[in-house]
Write a protein of this length. Sequence first.
Length: 299
Amino acid sequence: MTDRSAGTADAYGTRDPDALARRAGTRANPDNDQHFLVDDRVLDRLPTYLPADADRSHLLEVGGGAGALTDRLLAAVGAGEEAPAGRVTVIERDPPFAAFLREEFADAVDAGTLAVIQGDALEVELPDFTACVANLPYGISSEIAFRLLPRKRPLVLTFQAEFADRMVASAGDSEYGRLSVSAQHYANVEIVERIPKEAFDPQPAVESAVVRCTPRDPDYEVGDEAFFLRFVKALFTQRRKTVRNAIRNTAHISGLDAPDAVVDAVDENLLGRRPGTLDPSAFAALAELAREHGSPAEA
């Protein structure tokens, strides 16, 4: 059995998270939204949640920290082997951790199987990755997720459990909302594991969950994706209202010039429903009617 406590520098996939943190010389700072995943069993499983047919030739990690997940991703692409199957790019905002990753995995950096980008994942140019596995900083997880989802690549991401539940919710569920429709527009989303607080250091105040996003082409057509997403956002600000009133009350958000014309064009049965009961395809059909009859301003 591998002795993970040793944190051997030449065995990818075996490094002990606590040993990595000690070598990094600094701890995760919750004030900077840093909660590092330190449970070996969870870390080992994360890369395995990628779809079986996922292209692993260029894996992306957001928020590398002290490198516990980076180590597993390097093992997943065969770093250290004569003919690696792929490479890994890590985006890390904190300069000391970025420098540590380059030092800890210097052999992989020199071999071209690891690149470390120091910068904010919301601002840096994303590489042309083929799949992403990451323990996201929770404070900006939504913004990062919606930078990644439009790329139509397989994603395995950790979120606060409440956020994950909203991503996977179905029409009619209490958790169903704008996030559900927007995420499911891009991918099939599913929770593949729930993670207790004790798996992190320092422990967050909430439970977490791992979400797998498998890209899909929706079974409906959207003529203007930006308007569709804006229209969904608008209607969910009035989720307790009927669709009729939500369309009329949110024209300033959706950008409709003629909301009453949209209402006149929509089936009466649909107008009497609440936004939270509409599945993504119904939202798409409604958005297309809004585009046709409501003269929406360009995004």
